[in-house]
Design a protein around this ligand. Structure first.
Ligand code: NA7
Length: 546
């Protein structure tokens, strides 16, 4: 729609609704961005949040076993030293309820909630060129007008519920893990069917199996998983975190993925088989995502990756007692970590329980849901509850479900029809003053999230400060800079094993009809941070400022 055809800029109450900056989403990203813009720059800022409280991803993902895969001592904000002194995590990996307590603690400490409108879903955001303002509309028809618009909508917040014929007639209950009821689900005495074996299904299965009468797991693609080795944090380690918080933060700024562990320099392909086995055994015992740190070449050399993949497949076969089940679970078709690698607590062990069964959907796909059962092309599995652990329309989904229109009414969904295109993962040409925190084209999901978020929010804050100090009103990515960045994102991904996973959400391949483009920037957080800093130092190279 051309600009002049859009409804005129209007606000319900000019004073309350006209803003310097509007942020969509009150998760880790939105909360910190609000603090930066309101308390550091003194701007008028509001956050609009669809949920009834802060938390973002963690507000919605309340499924049994929901827990972060980053270790707790790196899964927090580092912008305020007192936060790191005052907060204590209780376990090696923070569980969903504890993360919610943490984010509420932060929001209350900095009095952030007074500038957040909860239960407010944004449906559209249109740029008006003459006024250089974004007009943002909510589901309930409220309108906000803002100079800067910042999306903090998360990467994994648009639930993917597969369109399975018959689901609407199912007479039991069904749930998607990313839209879990706040008062929980009672599995006692129930037959549960769970579809999906990504990180979520792998976390949920052992917990569901512990209370359900029976659990049937429907697996389409077999997946790797490494034990998380979760445990309460020892008092000495808690003390260590307090005393070394700055050093830990410094390490997270020096590593590719924003974690506090360093990837070993040695190469798997140059290590003798017995020594390699010993190294993998130690990594398996240590547990968690740092399994990936055992060898430098694990994600860049398929031969190296094969050694890790074979090790984990052998582990699966040694844990799972029923050989047919073990064969289905270990028949994995992609390199290790080419899809986001899950970590677990007793996932493979769960298949040794008498009340758990596995169905191989590659052999016989789901055809429909009847009133009482999940039906594959081969058999019917009676269930009382269906759990969809089927993931998300990742990265682009949360942005494209908002009707975002830039100059001349051009829709973001049209600009991204063949996949996301932007500059630095931060801005799209034709969409001035719109910033996308941890959007596609940035390290985001390949990085420990709070580290990626703080870098983006700081960069955006510095950028807006620069504009304000210079009496400038507008920043917009140049089309040629965007083209170059898209090429760079593709180029770095092509040097890794990531594109080798057929069904990966990194590629958008889990959503029928979604263009297949490797979405995150795989060049590592250190390099990305440096590029962003250099762009700013060079007068925001690649952006037009006016
Ligand atoms: P994922 O990792 O996308 O996993 C979704 C799972 O659901 C995966 O096993 C899929 O199989 C399966 N799936 C999806 N659609 C279907 C249909 N139609 N039929 C059968 N099976 C299906 O999502 P998660 O929630 O587990 O994890 C998301 C991220 O959250 C995770 O990576 C961490 O970053 C945290 P497929 O592999 O596509 O064959």
């Amino acid at each position: 729609m051309p600009d002049d055809e859009m409804s005129p800029l209007r606000t319900r109450s000019e004073a309350a609704r006209s803003l310097d900056a509007l942020i969509i989403g009150a998760g880790f990203a939105g909360l910190y961005q609000l603090f930066c813009l309101r308390d550091r720059l003194g701007l008028s800022v509001k956050v609009l949040e669809a949920g009834g409280g802060v938390g973002g991803t963690w507000y919605w993902n309340r499924y049994p076993g929901a827990r972060c895969d980053s270790e707790s001592h790196v899964y927090w904000y580092t912008f305020a030293p007192e936060l790191m002194r005052e907060w204590e995590w209780s376990e090696r990996y923070p569980g969903q309820p504890e993360i919610m307590r943490y984010l509420n603690f932060v929001a209350d400490k900095f009095d952030l909630k007074r500038d957040i409108e909860f239960d407010t879903r944004v449906v559209s955001a249109h740029y008006h060129e003459a006024a250089n303002r974004w007009q943002v509309q909510t589901e309930t028809g409220e309108t906000y007008v803002t100079k800067f618009l910042i999306t903090a909508v998360g990467c994994l917040s648009t639930a993917n519920v597969p369109k399975i014929p018959g689901l609407k007639d199912f007479k039991g209950d069904w749930y998607h893990t990313g839209q879990w009821p706040h008062d929980g689900v009672d599995f006692i005495g129930k037959r549960v069917g769970m579809i999906g074996t990504g990180s979520t299904g792998i976390q949920a299965a052992p917990v569901i199996a512990a209370s359900a009468a029976h659990l049937t797991v429907f697996q389409r693609t077999a997946n790797y998983s490494v034990p998380a080795r979760n445990a309460p944090l020892a008092p000495e380690f808690r003390q260590y975190i307090k005393e070394h918080a700055d050093e830990i933060r410094a390490v997270t700024h020096e590593t590719l993925n924003g974690m506090a562990f360093r990837i070993e320099q040695r190469l798997a392909v140059e290590t003798a088989p017995e020594e390699r086995e010993t190294i993998y055994e130690a990594a398996w015992e240590r547990g968690g995502l740092q399994f990936r740190a055992a060898f430098q070449d694990m994600l860049t050399d398929k031969n190296a990756n094969d050694t890790a993949a074979e090790f984990i497949k052998r582990k699966i076969r040694s844990i799972v007692k029923d050989s047919a089940t073990a064969a289905i679970l270990s028949d994995i078709d992609h390199p290790y970590a080419a899809k986001r690698p899950p970590i677990d607590t007793n996932y493979f062990e769960t298949y040794n329980r008498p009340n758990v069964a596995l169905v191989d959907l590659r052999k016989a796909p789901i055809e429909r849901v009847s009133r009482t059962a999940i039906c594959t092309t081969e058999a019917e599995y009676p269930v009382d509850i269906i759990v969809f652990a089927t993931g998300f329309d990742a990265m682009t989904g949360p942005l494209l479900r908002i009707d975002i229109r830039g100059r001349s009414g051009v829709a973001l969904k049209d600009v991204w029809v063949a996949g996301p295109r932007n500059y630095l993962g931060l801005q799209v040409a034709g969409f001035p003053n719109l910033f996308t925190i941890t959007g596609p084209g940035s390290p985001s999901v390949l990085c420990n999230m709070p580290v990626a978020i703080e870098q983006h929010a700081d960069w955006i804050t510095d950028c807006i400060r620069h504009l304000n100090d210079g009496g400038l009103d507008r920043i917009e990515a140049r089309p040629e800079a965007m083209d170059k960045w898209v090429a760079e994102v593709n180029e770095v991904a092509s040097k890794t094993v990531f594109p080798m996973a057929k069904h990966s959400w990194y590629l958008g391949a889990n959503i029928p009809g979604k263009p297949r483009v490797f979405m995150p920037y795989a060049g590592g957080m250190v390099r990305y941070r440096q590029i962003c800093a250099e762009v700013a130092e060079n007068g925001y190279e690649g952006f037009a400022l006016s």
